[in-house]
Ligand binder design. Structure first.
Ligand code: GRF
Length: 189
């Protein structure tokens, strides 16, 4: 197998990115070759510096420009992009270039709890309000519509009576950390 060079895109605290990096750090076939963030306050910046991972911080304006993203990814010879809590819309030209090579994780069951505005605690609050007794994570390929690319894997957790959005987010994040790297590893075509 040819070596895969991943770029991790991060907007938040970066726990999934850290988990992915740890999972792949001794992998002979998959390398985390770049971390890209649009959040100057993300703890992932320190993590990348401490671990010697190439890091690029771009403004929200810059990440909206396909040619900038393409140039950065070309420079680091990126073969696949893994979104790890990335909150900006990715330009269509970039998605087309990396067709079927961009993977996202969504912290609820799609398609019901996806789409615009469905991120962070909003998602967990919507699940609790719905009265559904199952939530989980949806891992999927990215296309140019929010949360609508081809599903790769779904993992479930129960929503118990009395669960708050906060409690549910902890259960969901545990699933993310447990399964995202494994699914990524098996979806790098
Ligand atoms: C995760 O819940 C992920 O599913 C969603 O954003 C969150 C990011 O968490 N897309 P972290 O920044 O990786 O801790």
């Amino acid at each position: 197998m040819n070596s895969k060079r991943l770029a991790l895109f991060v907007s938040g605290k970066g726990s999934n990115a850290i988990n992915l990096y740890d999972y792949f750090k001794d992998d002979s076939e998959v390398n985390v070759s770049l971390i890209l963030t649009n959040n100057p306050h993300s703890p992932i910046i320190d993590f990348a510096k401490k671990n010697g991972i190439p890091l690029i911080l771009l403004s929200n304006k810059e990440v909206g420009q396909a040619e900038i993203l393409l140039e950065v990814c070309a420079k680091y010879e990126i073969t696949h992009v893994v979104l790890a809590g990335y909150l900006r819309l990715i330009p269509k030209v970039f998605i087309d270039y990396y067709e079927r090579k961009i993977i996202n994780i969504h912290p609820a069951l799609l398609p019901k709890f996806g789409g615009k505005g469905m991120y962070g605690m909003n998602v967990h609050e919507a699940v609790i309000e719905s009265g559904d007794t199952l939530s989980g994570i949806s891992i999927h390929l990215v296309d140019s519509n929010y949360d609508e690319g081809q599903p790769l894997a779904t993992f479930y957790c129960t929503v118990e009576n009395g669960d708050t959005a906060e409690k549910l987010s902890i259960k969901v994040q545990q699933l993310e950390h447990q399964y995202y790297p494994f699914v990524v590893k098996n979806s790098l075509f």
